[in-house]
Design a protein around this ligand. Sequence first.
Ligand code: SF4
Length: 555
Amino acid sequence: MNPISYATGIDRAHLGMIPCAFERAWTREEAVMEKWKPKGEVTKGEAFILKRLEKKRKLFGFLRRHRNEIFDEAFQSELEEMYRDTGAGSDPVPPALLAMAVIVQGYLGLSDADAVDATVLDLRWQLVLDRLGETDPAFSQGALQGFRERLIAHDMDRRLLERTIEFARATSEFDWKKLPKTLRVAIDSSPLEGAGRVEDTINLLGHAGRKVAECAAELLGWPLEQVCREARAPLLAESSVKKALDLDWSDPAQKASAVKSLSVELENLKGWLGSQLVAEMKKPPLQAPLKTLAELMSQDLEPDPGGGVKIRDGVAPDRRVSVEDGEMRHGRKSKSKRFNGFKRHIATDLDSDLILAGAITPANRPEEEAAPELKRDIELLGRDIAELNIDRGYIASPLVDEVLGTGGQVVCKPWVARNGNSFAKGAFKINLRDRTITCPAGETEHIEFGSVVEFDPEACDRCQLRASCTAASPGTGRTVAIAENERLQQKLRKLQKTRAGRAKLRERVAVEHRLAHIGRRQGRRARYRGVRKNLFDLRRACAIQNFETIQRKAA
Ligand code: SF4
């Protein structure tokens, strides 16, 4: 494949950081991106470092040994494709080297600045990047950030994860032939606390208002205090609205008056901007903070019948919880445990232990919403799902019907229908062929999927078992909800009753282990803001996990 050419004048700021081996490719007329060609044979110096890496941080050794296979010619060409549309201004560092750096950065959990330093200060980095003895950094911080953005823009972080599976298939260290041709996939999720600060309504509104005022001050070249004074919004000039108001926040009357005062100042600011920066209000950079402020005011405030506004009763649907991260949401781990941020979802192959796909959703979204994205990524691997092992949260996903429709099996715990001390749903016989339900007293009714069936009120009124069956008032019969997927639920109930079925259900523990590893690697708190950047981080963590799995199985 021909090298990619770029116009002159590109990214000269980075050029000084590039080692001689790459500089040679740049001329006055055009710049040519060279492939990364790290050496294959292990030198004496490398052997010494590899020996030290046999017990701790073993992945460095693995990546050194296999870098030429992972980043083969074809994959390097794919990475170079990311630069085709925007050649001008692109960075001359081989994308494969940057991709390797992105992996190692995720492995050690380093910041961009520390990753750049590590290329000159850490022998392990130098070993993997084929730069032993180099005294200049391998790339700049801007180059690393730009590369990450390109990966995201071209969905190449998905390919990076996929590449680990291709590598597993190709390497003799992983006996792929022993694995079945179809996939047995397990899906699960875990909470990921968002990186943005979560604040109460007063602080959230004050923070959003201050961002608007700061942006206006920047545009006008004024100090923030002057903007706030001119706009009659002095509270926004303070670092904390609550500190500036200095009230007894446990007193509902004082709190209510503070909300009114703050809202008046926010309206003052908006009105003042309309007179000073009306054109700028509709374009960046002022447009975004104004939109955030409007969103927060409409979700958290409502008209007060006594005049002005008050904090909204109840929680607005899809409520934004952070000024800095507009995609973070309130979520629940269980009835009592809440978190703010996202849910990370992974799909693993139960036979190879490799992670096939990852997805991120805001914390308030149901699990099933991640299934289409996971399915799309799995489909791109070109293998069919023969068995889907899932948590109940994913049962309403269309993926379940698709797997069943192609003759596959779905393994999941059935919903448990409890009814206090009265007969549970399990005490009723449901005949799916005849579409009937028969109660413990022998009364039969017709059923429809996705509806609630009510037994004949007269029969229930005279029934001797009524006290054990329903607490409904006389004249009302016992009701039973029939699920949309009742046929599947019945299958799952049968599965759970057998020893083999229970053993199958326990296989899902493998995906829980993978998730626990990913959680430890990524930490409890998200590294980035927003769904997409955190998806990048999740896919990177999954790729690293897969390399470790391949390494472990080969050992
Ligand atoms: S109360 Fe109604 S539904 Fe319940 S057992 Fe008696 S007849 Fe059947």
